[in-house]
Design a protein around this ligand. Structure first.
Ligand code: GLU
Length: 300
């Protein structure tokens, strides 16, 4: 098996150092195993993605020496494929058409909240055939969540994580306007790009269980997952502007060398004894994702 990793930023702003660290870990893991490190720009949210942000992300990665091994994949260019997979799940009976309107879904969520239940979709259309009343009405495609039992992920950083299927509902994979949802698109892309290891921030851990539904329903092998803790400021709060420069190009403009930037990023939550300085080549020889700490890294 050839290791293939990817960094998958959403181009909604500049590349911050948390993202750069994720990219570096992906690159290191691939290099360590003689594999490839790829870049996927997750630009499906057209109202928030900008070409300037895409250019800035690529410029930042190039400056750091984290240019991907293949041309970047633009997620928005793959919508037809996302739709095709949703249709395939529909055809195989693992997904279904759901005809609720936005107002009906809102009422469903409100009723669940009032009854102190999680705001899950009721599954109303799961085992119902549509009739003449539905003809020509818009519908979303929902995937059938597994019932009974649980999903287990042996995360390379977090360890074994188990989620009961009672916590999952039949999520939408294709909206009524024909656009794929984010959680669906990610799985189709990771599969088609041949990704073997998904290394990303631990804010995506809960998404993983929903993404597994799509891998499993398609009969695709799941990749290995490694959810790395986010970077916090010296005060323990999630890293933000008020902690100082958090943009990769801000570091560059302050005169920080890319080698130093990479070294600092690597030392956040990973280390080799007391070694303070580890170049990218040396790191690629010794890096193991399993050695990344589980606690949030503090950037001092
Ligand atoms: N696009 C997501 C983000 O920027 C990353 C998704 C992933 O790595 O799976 O947070």
């Amino acid at each position: 098996m050839t290791v293939r990793t990817r960094f998958a930023p959403s181009p909604t702003g500049f590349l911050h150092i948390g993202g750069a660290r994720t990219a570096y870990l992906n690159a290191l893991y691939a290099r360590r195993h003689g594999g490839q490190y790829l870049l996927r720009i997750e630009d499906t949210d057209k109202s928030r993605s900008t070409p300037e942000a895409v250019a800035q992300i690529i410029e930042s990665l190039d400056w750091l020496g984290l240019t991907p091994d293949e041309p970047p994949v633009m997620q928005s260019a793959r919508e037809a494929r996302h739709r095709e997979v949703a249709e395939a799940l529909l055809a195989s009976g693992q997904a279904y058409r759901a005809y609720e309107t936005a107002d009906e879904l809102k009422a469903m969520r409100e009723a669940a909240t009032l009854a102190h239940r999680p705001p899950h979709y009721s599954g109303h259309w799961r085992d119902r055939e549509s009739g003449p009343a539905e003809a020509g009405r818009p519908y979303a495609i929902r995937i059938k969540a597994p019932r009974g039992g649980s999903t287990i992920v042996d995360d390379l950083v977090q360890g074994r994580v188990e989620v009961s299927h009672a916590e999952l509902d039949d999520m939408i994979i294709l909206r009524s306007d024909g656009t794929p949802t984010y959680l669906h698109a990610v799985v189709v892309d990771d599969h088609d790009m041949g990704i073997t290891h998904v290394i990303r921030g631990d804010d995506h851990l809960t998404n993983t269980f929903r993404q597994c539904m799509v891998f499993d329903a398609m009969g695709w092998a799941r990749p290995a997952f490694a959810h790395v803790p986010l970077i916090h400021g010296a005060d323990g709060a999630k890293l933000s502007k008020r902690h100082g420069a958090v943009g990769v190009l801000e570091w560059r403009d302050q005169g920080i060398l890319p080698e130093a930037a990479l070294n600092a990023l690597l030392r956040l939550g990973w280390g080799q004894g007391d070694t303070e300085i580890i170049g990218a080549e040396e790191a690629a020889r010794v890096f193991d994702i399993a050695d990344v700490g589980r606690a949030a890294a503090r950037m001092d």
